[in-house]
Design a protein around this ligand. Structure first.
Ligand SMILES: [Fe+2]
Length: 135
């Protein structure tokens, strides 16, 4: 997995959401970048926990806006967000201390999921929030 560069086409038109997506992408990129130098299981577990915690903060903020503005596909979003958290946790909670290595499968999953979710699911709310004049 290579690090992922932010592209304009990732923009969902809502500044706060773009900023949060960028921050989350940055956290995933750091794991990708340091995959060969991170060897301490505790450090790996901490970074994954930090990323997962931030993903939760972002998902709650996104779902809050959807609920606030009456976005109809909120339940699809909630399910996908939860699946991401569950899957990520299952990758690193196999042992008490966390994984000994950052697996290629995990890094692939994180990067592919985020980009895919933004482009396929989040992009669907772009016009909706635009019509509500949310920027
Ligand atoms: Fe989302």
């Amino acid at each position: 997995m290579e690090t992922i560069n932010w592209k304009n086409e990732f923009s969902v038109g809502v500044k706060e959401m773009d900023e949060q997506h960028k921050k989350l992408l940055g956290m995933i990129n750091r794991l990708i970048e340091e995959q060969h130098t991170l060897t301490d299981p505790r450090t790996i577990a901490d970074l994954l926990t930090e990323m997962t915690d931030y993903a939760q903060v972002h998902f709650r903020a996104e779902e809050f806006l959807m609920a606030e503005y009456g976005y109809e596909q909120i339940s699809v979003q909630e399910k996908q967000h939860q699946a991401f958290i569950d899957k990520t946790i299952s990758f690193y909670s196999a042992t008490d201390i966390g994984p000994n290595v950052l697996s290629v499968a995990l890094l692939d999953y994180l990067g592919t999921w985020l980009v895919g979710h933004i482009l396929q699911e989040d992009m669907k709310y772009k016009d909706f929030f635009k019509s509500k004049e949310l920027r």
